[in-house]
Design a protein around this ligand. Sequence first.
Ligand code: SF4
Ligand code: SF4
Ligand code: SF4
Length: 629
Amino acid sequence: MNLKELVTGKKGDKQFLLGNEAAVRGVIEAGLSVAATYPGTPSSEIGNILSFLAKDANIYFEFSTNEKVAMEVAATAAASGLRSFTFMKHVGMNVASDSFMTTAYTGVRGGMVILIADDPSIFSSQNEQDSRHYGHLANLPVLEPSSCQEIKDMVKYGFELSEKVQLPVIVRTTTRVSHMRGIVEFGDVEDNSSNGETHWKKGTFKKNPAQFVPVPAFAQQMHIDLLEKMDEVKSISNKSDLNKQTNDAGSKIGAIASSSAFNYVHDVVNVNNLDIDVFKVGLSNPTPDKKLVEFLKDLDEVFVVEEVDPILEKEVLIVIAQNNLNVKVHGKLDGTFPMYHEFNPNIVKDGFNKYLHFYEKEEPKLTDSLKKLISEIPNRAPVLCSGCPHRAMYYGINKAAEELGIPSEDMVFASDIGCYTLGINPPYNAADYLLSMGSSVGDGCGFSVATDQHVVSFIGDSTFFHSGVSPLINAVHNKQNFVLTVLDNRITAMTGGQPNPGIPVDGMGDEAPEISIRKLANAAGVKFVRVVNPLNLEQVIKTYKEALEFDGVAVIIAKSPCTLIKGFPKRPTVQFDERKCNQCKKCSHELACPAISFKDNKIVLDGAMCNGCNICVQVCKYGALSAGR
Ligand code: SF4
Ligand code: SF4
Ligand code: SF4
């Protein structure tokens, strides 16, 4: 599909969309004016598509420096009467949460939707927290789509609900929902034409400190107002078609499910012809208690099927207790379903089977030859791409420490979120501690206070702008002592190559001021700031040696583009002369470039994979590797 059809598509058109594409169509149908995000999988595609379509769709779009800023951009746009949208991955919501919590108090004038994409099973994150808690924590409505059509429809409905009750609305997806594909029927598109010189519509902020300035005197009333608004949402939830019985078997056994877990329940019940009534929860906070009572009152047992935390299950238990129902609940709390990781039809089927005994569970039978084959499949750890500039920095710091005679146990590497987390792998072994976006700098502060070891932090350019600046200021002010490496690969690489404030292009592809990391470090008072070319190993090692001997905060900015940047020029492949190679294996064991491997225990170079960074040429002392032409 041509992505522009997300803008031009008419009511009744049907398209086979990715969940994240359906979310974009949802905001376009809703007449969105302002969108902001910090990229994070599994929500990244939404930003990439909005970046491409923003002008056609009359939307202002930005990749903000972090999720908290994105939340603030969206909240103020909604306070100015515009429809606004912010979206992020689950851990991004932790960053946004400070402003998010108070947005619930101030409320909105234009509709505001916050899409949070959870990552059950931790495919590309540092934890698998359940973002539905944020709905309960802040007292905000939560919508949980389970199909592409529902994503589109619920995002659109989220704006209507938001405007009706004057509260931001959360749409919670999971990896499986964000990345599934399905047919989506388009609806009408609301007019959001520009009313001025910008390509997006401008709103007006009407002052009302009692609504928008939560000083204690106002905030106390705001909390009461919020609870009243949520009472209204509760009655909406109890009438909404988003919460409904989807299978009526007239059974004494039921299942209640939401999000992708609902899909597995639906399939398992239908494929196995199970005598189970099914209730689907789409608007899950506030809980549709009256509807649940109607569903539960004739049941003896109910399964509650949801991914990650037993949030719905606890709500069901409250409903049962408050209404004196006699229904046994099977869910995560009694061990019917696991407390962790994403579900699949087999997990749901096995959970049902613990009580219904509708099939004999057979252990998979593997032939001896299949078992042998499985045992021989090599594990392939994720690696830095061939030609990645980060590789040289890891090589360089290890060499510098070695040349200064610093034992590896005296080196502490604080890592961060990005491709450079891969520095954990051998031969680099350059990630000892990691908490969150930007934490490498704060961790550097902590380790430098707590130990006398040599501390080296690694952070990317985008992550530095996200949340590395404040801890750097902290480090200088508190006279701490560590080396911060900013791996400036000119892009936000891990999430697919989005721009950041360090490059002269904004989220809509327009020219934009480039923010200098070097000047920021200087302005923070860092006395040792060096910009190096990571592909020049001699310079890297020399600079690291100086930095390790410097007393104070030393910042090294390693500036070289990620090889995956669109349009990255193909550099000539290095030449390998087998006759000069003495098989010392230094190039392979110390660099671990995927283009260099062994065949019959001898070094081979895969020319198709080589990105011509020439780092291996500098490592080979025998001239067996030479720069290509
Ligand atoms: S995507 Fe870019 S930055 Fe990330 S490992 Fe590959 S080359 Fe390095
Ligand atoms: S570093 Fe040079 S000599 Fe040693 S194995 Fe590699 S190519 Fe051969
Ligand atoms: S083979 Fe050498 S030049 Fe080619 S990408 Fe790997 S390290 Fe760089």
